[in-house]
Design a protein around this ligand. Structure first.
Ligand SMILES: Nc1ncnc2c1ncn2[C@@H]1O[C@H](COP(=O)(O)OP(=O)(O)OP(=O)(O)O)[C@@H](O)[C@H]1O
Length: 887
């Protein structure tokens, strides 16, 4: 048989997911809009949906869920079909049974979705059949409805419940079910109309709503190779594809009611829970017992669920706040279907526990009622009879509830077992009873404990106050990423056991590339009086002066000619990067120690055809004869050292622990005047000493008449003094490494011919200072915005956001409206007040993305690029940070 190929390749590689889970959010309906209901959900990517209103209950619930696909209200059924169901539906053409389910609460759009999906799928099947020349096809159509565990034929006017029979070959079959051979498209439409009408009649006759029944439309595809086939002409393939519109899931948890409603709720519960269990077990590829027989729905679908069958589950959601709880339950079902072992799974446990608790409460209530209903001798016979009947009914209900509770327990046990939890420690394991007093609890040392939804894994147990854990420094840290449940839970990526310390955090957050894991206590940085510069260094590595320090680790080398030095300088500047990359700390010229040399500075130096003072080269060459002062040899300690000493010195310098032998020598030499610690005072002392010892004066004398601008010694002396002070100040402000300062001081003695070096140093330092200021203030500002954002995030209503969309003219159809809005907010504001204002809004957007963002994440969201203090840069960085968070 010709396989469907290309885009339509279906499940023949064995690698395909057997269960595809997607979520479809419908738009707000007129009723919800009229009631001014808020829109709680939004699809923030093609596979993640977030609850925007999770603040109040954040410790109990995740607010971001990731599935195979999610679809916002603006996405049409065609796309839902193409991406979320087509492959599954068309698998039947290749002889693979398949089922497509719509799951969700009433009015969430199950029927709307399944009607479209059924038609698109059958249309594609027709198309495919028409193209196939080497096979003959027969399509058979049937439709049933399951209400209160009774099966009804939707193609028959007879409403008698149908029996299920076990056929040794075919498995479970529905006895006497009408099966009609499908001829063509209009025939299909007629049959679908009949089903719809029958379901409506059903509604009236049963006085029930369609949402309380399951509908299965089944298409059986039989194909046989014909005379044109090149392969075995006798081969026949038979497969079914089921389009299942499930009962409204809201019934699954509404078991508080009594009587008929309770029974109905019980049936829906059982069938949906069983379906969930079956799908989950199948998804895990379990070989053990799969409880198909626990409900008629799974029994009928058994052949289309197990084995090699394909399943697509489309969970439909109403975005309205009124339905928040139901929507969460729907998503938990979806997560359960994908066997998510993350915070969402913890929520499933919570949900199961809550259900067990609820059922138990209901049972207790009924039992108490039963006790009170005991007949008394004063009762008349009629009353006694009535009471007995009532008691009998209630006993049955208790029985049903017990069954329900046990089912929920077994599901819960199974989840916990899968997570490796000791079953004996479960509350009901030893006592046989369940008081439910700590339903939403923590698993600590293998038992449930505490009062919150879920916790952190610490030493193999759940602990802490948050929804999911974060691996930090190899251990799980309580409090640190306390709200990581707010981050997306990726059902496909994070299929790990949360109870085992994994090698990676279960959340999808990642730090910037150069970020190093730090002591957890450092997380409180935002509250410390930390300077922007410390902050930058701590979180984003060294600033622009970094290269200076790096260069300081290079070994200085003796220069031979001043002119050569500038040639070398250019060459080395070019080579620098390559050398750095290779970690090459080999010899380089002393001037190489000055990184960040501006091109214009170099050009300036070149054009002036400069020569350096002899004192400079003398010092570098360590020529003691260039000093009148006999102490000079000792004073100029750096050049008097061997290469290895200098290297060591440099390293010590770069580590800011400059306590070398030189220090001792200098201290001894000059009564403690010299202190080569990297403090500015020390350097000033060095400089003062330099001047004091006469180098400056000598050079003035030596260069008498050759000073700058006509050789005015006095003027040059003042200028030099002023520039020297300025340079020292800038060194301090820019944190220039000590080694550079030392070399500079050793080289520049105040000779008027040094003026150009001083000039260059000043210009470079001023530029550096300016850059640092810009970057620091941009970051500080961004941080401030982010902090503002955090404070204000909860205040923005969806209405406010909507009005902004309108105000900024953001395309109503766009799926990235939030990003567009954020971009406009960041880029359109150019003064601080405006930025502050917009920060309020951006805050809400940030919060909207991840309401419980931790300070670290928040900073990641607001991080400014190192070289782009402009708004656009900040925004792009913000967006990058978002993408780091996978939003
Ligand atoms: N994605 C959508 N886009 C536009 N309208 C939708 C969408 N989904 C549902 N609707 C509308 O919402 C209403 C309820 O949808 P539907 O009947 O499919 O819900 P349901 O989940 O099947 O409800 P029930 O369980 O009660 O049968 C319908 O009027 C339908 O047209």
């Amino acid at each position: 048989m010709e396989s469907i190929n290309g885009d339509e390749m279906i499940f023949d590689d064995g690698q395909e997911e057997k269960i595809f889970v997607s979520v479809r959010l419908r738009p707000m309906n007129a009723k919800e809009i009229a009631k001014n209901d808020s829109c709680d959900w939004e699809c923030i990517s093609n596979n993640t949906i977030v609850c925007k209103n999770a603040l109040t209950e954040r410790s109990m619930h995740s607010n971001a869920y990731t599935f195979d696909r999610v679809y916002g209200g603006e996405i049409g059924t065609k796309q839902v079909y193409e991406e979320g169901a087509k492959r599954v539906a068309l698998a039947a053409l290749n002889g693979i049974n398949s089922s497509i389910f719509a799951y969700g609460q009433t009015s969430s759009g199950k029927t709307y979705t399944m009607t479209g999906i059924t038609q698109y799928a059958i249309s594609d099947i027709f198309d495919h059949i028409n193209k196939q020349v080497d096979r003959d096809f027969v399509l058979k159509f049937s439709a049933i409805e399951i209400y209160n565990e009774c099966v009804r034929d939707l193609l028959s006017a007879d409403g008698t419940p149908l029996r299920l029979l076990d056929d040794p070959e075919k498995g479970t079959i529905v006895d006497k079910l009408t099966e009609i051979q499908l001829e063509e498209w209009t025939h299909l439409m007629e049959l679908l109309a009949v089903c719809e009408a029958q379901r409506k009649i059903g509604e009236t006759s049963l006085n029930e709503m369609s949402s309380r029944s399951h509908q299965i439309i089944r298409l059986t595809i039989e194909s046989t190779a014909n005379e044109f086939s090149v392969i075995d002409s006798a081969s026949t393939l038979t497969a079914t594809v089921n389009f299942v519109d499930l009962a409204g899931s809201e019934r699954a948890s509404q078991t508080k009611s009594a009587g008929k409603r309770l029974k109905e709720g019980g049936h829906i519960n059982r069938s949906l829970l069983t379906l969930g269990t079956v799908v989950r077990k199948l998804g895990k590829g379990r070989n053990g017992h799969i409880p198909y027989r626990d409900s008629k729905l799974t029994r009928i679908l058994q052949n289309s669920l197990g084995g090699n069958a394909r399943t697509a589950i489309i969970c439909t959601l109403s975005p309205a706040h009124t339905h928040l709880e139901q929507s969460r339950n729907t998503l938990l079902f979806a997560a359960c279907a994908k066997d998510v072992r993350t915070s969402a799974q913890v929520n499933i446990v919570m949900s199961e526990k809550a259900l067990v608790k609820q059922l138990q409460r209901e049972m207790t209530r009924l039992e108490n009622e039963l006790k009170n209903m005991s007949t008394s001798t004063n009762d008349s016979e009629a009353i006694i009879k009535e009471k007995e009947q009532h008691i009998q009914k209630m006993e049955q209900e208790v029985k049903d509830l017990t069954q329900e509770r046990d089912l929920a327990r077994s599901r819960l046990e199974e989840i916990l077992r899968a997570a490796g939890v000791d079953q004996n420690l479960l509350p009901w394991a030893d006592s046989g009873s369940w008081d439910g007093s700590s339903a939403p609890g923590h698993l600590r040392s293998g038992s449930w404990d505490g009062s919150l939804a879920s916790g952190h894994l610490r030493s193999g147990s759940w602990d802490g106050n948050s929804a999911s854990g974060h691996l930090r420094n190899g251990s799980w840290d309580e409090h640190s990423m306390s709200d990581t449940s707010e981050l997306a839970v990726n059902t496909s990526d994070v299929a790990v056991n949360p109870l085992l310390p994994s090698t990676a955090s279960v959340n999808t957050y990642s730090f910037p590339k150069n970020h190093k894991l730090r002591n957890p206590n450092e997380d409180h940085y935002v509250f410390d009086n930390i300077t922007p510069r410390d902050f930058m260094n701590q979180y984003f590595g060294p600033g622009p002066t970094h290269d200076w320090e790096k260069a300081s680790q290079k070994q200085p080398r003796t220069r031979t000619s001043s002119v050569d030095s500038f040639k070398e300088l250019e060459e080395v500047n070019e080579k620098d990067e390559a050398e750095d990359n290779e970690g090459n700390l080999g010899n380089s010229h002393v001037d190489d120690q000055i990184p960040c040399m501006l091109t214009e500075d170099v050009a300036c130096l070149k054009t002036q055809n400069l020569t350096r003072s002899t004192s400079c080269s003398a010092v570098i060459e360590g020529d003691p004869s260039s000093y009148d002062d006999p102490a000079s040899e000792k004073n100029v300690v750096v050049e008097s050292k061997s290469d290895s000493d200098i290297k060591r010195l440099c390293r010590q310098d770069s580590q800011s622990s400059f306590k070398s032998v030189d220090e001792k020598e200098m201290q001894q030499d000059d009564g403690g005047i010299f202190d080569l610690s990297p403090s500015s005072r020390t350097l000033e002392k060095v400089m003062e000493y330099d001047i004091r010892r006469g180098a400056y004066r000598d050079s003035l004398v030596k260069n008498r008449g050759k000073g700058i601008e006509g050789g005015d010694e006095k003027e040059w002396g003042l200028v030099f003094e002023e520039q020297r002070r300025k340079i020292i100040q800038l060194w301090n402000e820019c944190n220039i490494p000590l080694l550079h300062r030392t070399y500079f001081l050793l080289l520049i003695k105040g000779d008027p011919s040094d003026s150009v070096y001083i000039e260059v140093e000043l210009r470079r330092l001023s530029f550096l200072r300016q850059t640092l200021d810009d970057v620091a203030s941009a970051r500080a500002l961004t941080l401030e915005r982010a902090m503002l954002s955090r404070k204000l995030l909860s205040k923005m209503t969806s209405g406010e956001r909507e009005s902004l969309f309108v105000k900024w003219g953001i395309d109503l159809e766009s799926r990235n409206r939030r990003f567009q809005l954020a971009q406009l907010l960041w880029t359109k504001t150019d003064d601080f007040e405006h930025i502050k204002e917009s920060a309020d809004i951006v805050a809400k957007l940030v919060g909207f993305v991840a309401p419980n963002t931790t300070p670290m994440e928040l900073f990641a969201l607001s991080v400014a690029p190192k070289q782009e203090p402009q708004g656009g840069g900040i925004f792009s960085s913000w967006r990058n940070a978002l993408s780091l968070l996978r939003y």
